[in-house]
Design a protein around this ligand. Structure first.
Ligand SMILES: C[S@@+](CC[C@H](N)C(=O)[O-])C[C@H]1O[C@@H](n2cnc3c(N)ncnc32)[C@H](O)[C@@H]1O
Length: 209
C-alpha cells in the first residue's frame, strides 16, 4: 500500500464514522480505520480473489469485527447503517457507476481517490448534492494522487473549481506538475486542443499566485 496516499485518505476519517470501504482489495484501509477507533466497518470488493485477500488480512489483524461482502459497488448493502464511504484507487466511471442517489440517503461523507477524469468526477459529485470539503494532493513513487473529501450539502462550484478543485496553497506542487504536463503536451496536439491547454495553464498559474 502506498503510504502517503493511504494516510491522506485516513486523515479524512473520524472514530465515530460508520464506514464502507468499496473496492477494498487487501483491506488496508479498513484495518487502518479500525486502528483509529472506528468500530463499524464493511469492506467490499467485486472480485473474489481481492475479497479473499481482504478476509485473510482481517483475520490476521486485531479487528475481526470488520465485515466483508462480495458485491458490485453498494449492491445488496443496506447503506442506512453507514454514514461514510471510501472509494479509492478506482476510475471516475466506476465511481459514477457505484454512487447511486438512492443508496446515499444516510451517507454524510464520501472520500474519493480517482486517477482519471477529475473534472467529470467533481461535476458529478456537485450534481449529486455533495460539497467538496477538502482536496489533498500527494506525490508517491513518481505518481500524483488527489484525495477528495466530500460532505453532504449542495454548493455551486465555478467552472475553474470543477476543472482543478478549490485553490489551496498546500497543493501548489500539484498545480506546478499539471502546468509542466500541459506544457509538454502542447507541441503534439492539434490547434484546437492547444487553445484548451493554454486556458488550463493560465488558470493553473492563477492557482499558484
Ligand atoms: C486499485 S484497487 C484499490 C484498492 C484500495 N481501495 C486502495 O485504494 O488501495 C481497486 C479495487 O476496486 C475493486 N473494484 C473495481 N470495481 C468495483 C466495483 N464495481 N465494486 C466493488 N469493487 C470494485 C477491484 O476489484 C480492486 O480490488
Amino acid at each position: 500500500m502506498k503510504k502517503k496516499r493511504l494516510q491522506t485518505i485516513l486523515s479524512f476519517l473520524s472514530p465515530e464514522d460508520k464506514l464502507i470501504d468499496v473496492g477494498t482489495d487487501h483491506a488496508y484501509i479498513p484495518i487502518e480505520a479500525a486502528k483509529m477507533g472506528i468500530t463499524k466497518i464493511l469492506a467490499t470488493d467485486i472480485h473474489e480473489h481481492a475479497l479473499e485477500s481482504a478476509k485473510e488480512n482481517i483475520s490476521k489483524s486485531h479487528y475481526p469485527f470488520i465485515e466483508t461482502k462480495l458485491c458490485d459497488g453498494l449492491e445488496g448493502i443496506d447503506t442506512k447503517d453507514y454514514n461514510t464511504l471510501v472509494l479509492a484507487g478506482m476510475g471516475t466511471s466506476t465511481i459514477q457507476h457505484i454512487l447511486k442517489k438512492e443508496k446515499l440517503e444516510s451517507i454524510q461523507k464520501i472520500i474519493l481517490q480517482s486517477n482519471h477524469d477529475l473534472e467529470n468526477l467533481r461535476r458529478f459529485m456537485n450534481e449529486l448534492g455533495y460539497t467538496l470539503k477538502d482536496e489533498v494532493a500527494v506525490e508517491e513513487g513518481g505518481h500524483f494522487y488527489l484525495c477528495m473529501c466530500y460532505v453532504s450539502g449542495c454548493e455551486v462550484l465555478t467552472k475553474k473549481e470543477i476543472l482543478f478543485g478549490k485553490k489551496q496553497k498546500k497543493n501548489a506542487f500539484y498545480y506546478q506538475y499539471l502546468i509542466k504536463k500541459y506544457e509538454s503536451m502542447m507541441e503534439s496536439v492539434p490547434k484546437e486542443k492547444q487553445k484548451l491547454l493554454k486556458y488550463y495553464i493560465e488558470t493553473l498559474k492563477t492557482y499558484i499566485l
